[in-house]
Design a protein around this ligand. Sequence first.
Ligand SMILES: [Zn+2]
Ligand SMILES: [Zn+2]
Length: 347
Amino acid sequence: MTDGSGDGRDPLPPVERLRPGLWTIPVPLPNNSLRYVFVYAFETDRGVYLVDAGWNTDEAYAALEAGLRVAGYEVGDVRGVLVTHIHPDHYGLAGRIREASGAWIALHPADANLIRDRYAEPTDLLALVGTMLRRAGAPAEEIATLRSAAMPVRRLVDAVLPDVLLEDGQRPEVPGWELSAIWTPGHSPGHLCFWEPANEVLLSGDHVLPRITPNVSFHPQAGSDPLGDFLRSLDKLAPYQPGEVLPAHEHRFLDLHQRLDELRAHHAERFREVLAAVRDGDTTAWAVARRMSWSRPWDRIEGFMRRAALGEALAHLRALEQRGALREVVGEPSHWLFTERAADLTG
Ligand SMILES: [Zn+2]
Ligand SMILES: [Zn+2]
C-alpha cells in the first residue's frame, strides 16, 4: 500500500538496457511512496513498443522522453503501448503518447470496459461506492469523504479508449518479439502480465511485486470475488520459469516461485485474521478492517488508503463467502456470519 510519504530525495533508478533491445525507464510518481513506475521499452526495426506508460503529468512525460532518448528514440518513435492495467500510474499517460506518435494502445477488455464509468462519467460509480460503504458499515460522517477519495487521481489520467484488446494468451504485434499476454485478474479485473520467451523474462505489472503485496479490493468494478481471482492468477504463473521478473514497481527480482508462495502465505494469514475478527463479534466489514493489521495504526490510515484497506477487508470476506465459510446478511450495514459448514472448513 502506498502511504504518500515519498519525498523525492532518493534518486530514481537509472535508465538501463536489461537485454539486447530491452530497456527499463523509471517514470516518477510525485508524492507517492512507490516513487516511480517502470516503463519497459522493446526495440524493433519499426520503432519502439512500451509496456506501461506512467501518470499523465509533464514531469512523467519528460522523464519518459529523456529515458527513450538514452535508448536512442523519441516519443514519436513509439508504435504501441501495452498497458498492464488501468490504474493511473500505468495507463494515465498512454493517450498523450498516442497523440504524439500515433502508437496503438492495448488493454485487456475487462479493464477497457471500466474506463468510461471510472474516469469519464463517474457519477453512477460514486453512487455505487456510497452504497458499498453503507453496506460495509462505514461511519456516516466518513462516507462522503471516502466515497470521493479516488477522484483526485482522475486528473492524472487521459481517459482514452484502447485501439487493441488483448485477451489471455494473445500475442501483441511487436515485431521480432514473441511477447504473450497472461490475463491475471485480481489487482484489477483486466490485469495483464507479459511473458517474453527469448530472454525468459516475465513482466509482472502490479500482480507480483518483490516486497509489497498489491492491493486487492472489493469495490463496484472489481467483480464478485477479486481476491479469489488474484489467488488463481498467482497459480496461473506457476508454469513459468523466468530467469528474472520485471515488475512495475520496486525492483527486479529472480525467484518468482518463492514470491508466489509468500503472497499465498500472506493471504492465508489474512484469512485467519478475518475469521478471528468475525469469531470475536466484529461482524461488519468496517469492524473487520479496523481489526486487521496494517503498516500503520488505523487512526492514521486516511482517505483513499482507508478505502483501500476497507476494500481489502471486503475482498477477504467475499473470498471466504465463496469458500463457504461465511455468509453475508445483507443490510446497511451487512453482517458477516459463519455458515453451518464453517466449522469443518476453518477447524
Ligand atoms: Zn495498480
Ligand atoms: Zn502500479
